[in-house]
Design a protein around this ligand. Structure first.
Ligand SMILES: NC(=O)c1ccc[n+]([C@@H]2O[C@H](COP(=O)([O-])OP(=O)(O)OC[C@H]3O[C@@H](n4cnc5c(N)ncnc54)[C@H](O)[C@@H]3O)[C@@H](O)[C@H]2O)c1
Length: 395
C-alpha cells in the first residue's frame, strides 16, 4: 500500500453524537489516518446536511448501505481503508456484516451486537472474509493497561486468586431517558440496546479489562441484574460472581445508579505474591502492593526494569509512551492507541500480507463475541436466581 494517510468511513456521528468525537480526535492523532466519508444519521436528508456542514471536507452518504455499496464497486486501492461504526448497538450488526462482506476492515463500538446470535454470525463473516476487525474497548488502549497485563501475565503476582473488575457510574440514577437525554433513550430500550443495559454498556468494559489484564477467561457466572429506577425494563445495576479459567474467582460488576461516580472503571488483581490496582480515572499509574513493603507506584513513562520487583520489561513496552511522563495521557490517547495498532493490521491487509489482529493490543472479533456470550450467560443465570452458568467460548 502506498505511504498515504488511511481513508476512513464513519457510520454514525451526526447531530452532536457522543463517541464519534473522541474517535475523530484519535483518528487524526498521528497524521496517518483521516475520516474522508460518512453516513452520519439514519435520516438520509439529515445525513447529507450534516456531511455538507461537517467541520472538514468529507463525502456524505445518505445511508451506510449506499456508502458500502458504492465502495464495493471501487478497485481495492480506491476503497475506504476501514470503516468505523459509532451508532447505537442495534445498528452494529447490519453495518459491520455488510462492510466485512465487502472486504472492508471494521472498528465497531461495543457491545459488538445486541445478541450472541448476531455476534456469532458476524464472527463467521469476519473469518470467511479474513479482514481485520476491532471492537472499541477503549480502556485496553491505555499504556498502563498494557503494563498491567505484562505484570500479571508474566507471573510477577504469583498465581491469581481473585480479580475485582468494576465500572461504576451514576448518570442513570434517575429516569433521564424521559428528560431528553438521547444517549439514555436508546440505551434503556431493549430493542436498541440489547438484553442488558448496564451489563452490555459498561459491564462488557469491566469484563474485557479483566480478560485483557489477566489473559484469563471467565468460564462460569452467577449473575444478579437489578433495576433500581422504576419504569425501566433493563438492568441498571449488574453484579456477577465469576469463575476464572485458572480456577480462581472474580467479580465483574457495573452500576449506573451510584450517584457521584462518573467513569469509575477499576481493576484489582490479587495473586499469591501481591496485588495490582488500577483506575481509569487516574490512568497514568499502576499500583503494586507487596507484603511488608511500601506500595510501589509505577507511572507511565517512568518505569525502570529490574527494580527489585520487575524483571526485564520488553523494550517495545518501555518505548511505547507517546509523551514524557507527567504530561498526562488520557481517554483520547487510549483511543489513538487502538486506531494506531489497527492501522498496522489494516496496512498489512491491503498489502496482501499477514496481519495479527490477535487481541494482544486491542479487542478483536472473538473478544466482542465473548462479551455477548458473557451477557447471554448472565441473563440466563439471573433468570434462575443467580444459578451458575457456563460461558460459551471461554477457554
Ligand atoms: N468505547 C466507549 O468508551 C464508548 C463510550 C460511549 C459509547 N460507546 C458506544 O458507542 C456507540 C454510540 O454511542 P453514543 O453514546 O455515541 O451514541 P449517540 O446516540 O450519541 O450517537 C449515535 C449516533 O449514531 C447515529 N445513527 C443512529 N442510527 C444510524 C444509522 N442507521 N445510520 C447512521 N447513523 C446512525 C445517530 O444519528 C448518532 O449520530 C454505542 O454502541 C455505545 O455503546 C462506547
Amino acid at each position: 500500500m502506498p505511504d498515504r494517510p488511511l481513508r476512513i468511513g464513519m457510520i454514525g456521528g451526526g447531530c452532536g453524537a457522543f463517541i464519534a468525537q473522541p474517535h475523530q480526535k484519535a483518528i487524526h492523532f498521528d497524521g496517518t489516518r483521516r475520516v474522508v466519508a460518512a453516513a452520519l444519521h439514519p435520516d438520509p436528508k439529515i445525513a447529507m446536511d450534516e456531511a455538507a456542514n461537517w467541520k472538514y471536507p468529507i463525502k456524505g452518504y445518505p445511508s451506510y448501505d449506499e456508502m458500502i455499496a458504492d465502495q464495493s464497486k471501487l478497485p481495492d486501492d480506491q476503497k475506504l481503508d476501514y470503516i468505523l461504526i459509532v451508532t447505537p448497538n442495534f445498528v452494529h450488526f447490519d453495518a459491520a456484516y455488510k462492510a466485512v462482506n465487502a472486504g472492508i476492515p471494521v472498528i465497531c463500538e461495543k457491545p459488538l451486537t445486541v445478541s450472541l446470535e448476531e455476534a456469532e454470525k458476524l464472527t463467521e463473516a469476519v473469518e470467511k472474509n479474513n479482514v481485520p476487525f476491532a471492537v472499541a474497548h477503549t480502556y485496553l488502549g491505555h499504556w498502563s493497561t498494557w503494563f498491567s497485563r505484562h505484570i500479571v501475565t508474566s507471573g510477577l503476582l504469583g498465581d491469581i486468586r481473585w480479580v475485582d473488575s468494576s465500572y461504576i457510574q451514576g448518570w442513570l440514577a434517575t429516569q433521564v431517558e424521559n428528560q431528553g437525554a438521547e444517549g439514555a433513550k436508546w440505551r434503556t430500550d431493549p430493542k436498541k440496546s440489547g438484553g442488558s443495559l448496564c451489563g452490555g454498556d459498561i459491564g462488557t468494559h469491566a469484563l474485557m479489562q479483566l480478560r485483557f489484564v489477566t489473559g484469563m477467561d471467565v468460564t462460569k457466572v452467577s449473575a444478579h441484574m437489578e433495576t433500581f429506577v422504576k419504569g425501566r425494563v433493563l438492568d441498571d445495576h449488574f453484579t456477577v460472581y465469576c469463575e476464572l479459567s485458572n480456577g480462581g474467582k472474580g467479580m465483574v460488576r457495573a452500576s449506573q445508579i451510584c450517584i457521584g461516580h462518573k467513569n469509575d472503571l477499576a481493576i484489582e488483581v490479587a495473586g499469591t505474591k501481591g496485588t495490582l490496582a488500577w483506575r481509569q480515572e487516574e490512568p497514568e499509574k499502576v499500583v503494586v502492593m507487596l507484603p511488608n513493603q511500601p506500595d510501589r507506584v509505577y507511572w507511565r513513562g517512568a518505569v525502570c526494569a529490574n527494580d527489585g520487583f520487575l524483571g526485564d520489561v520488553p523494550e517495545w513496552l518501555l518505548k511505547e509512551p507517546t509523551i514524557p511522563s507527567g504530561h498526562p495521557e488520557g481517554f483520547h490517547d487510549a483511543y489513538a492507541r487502538l486506531h494506531r495498532e489497527f492501522e498496522k493490521d489494516v496496512r498489512a491487509y491491503w498489502a496482501g500480507k499477514p496481519f495479527s489482529c490477535d487481541g494482544s493490543k486491542y479487542a478483536n472479533i472473538y473478544d466482542g463475541r465473548m462479551g455477548l456470550s458473557f451477557i447471554a450467560s448472565c441473563i440466563k443465570s439471573n433468570s434462575e436466581g443467580g444459578a451458575w452458568e457456563p460461558v460459551k467460548y471461554a477457554k
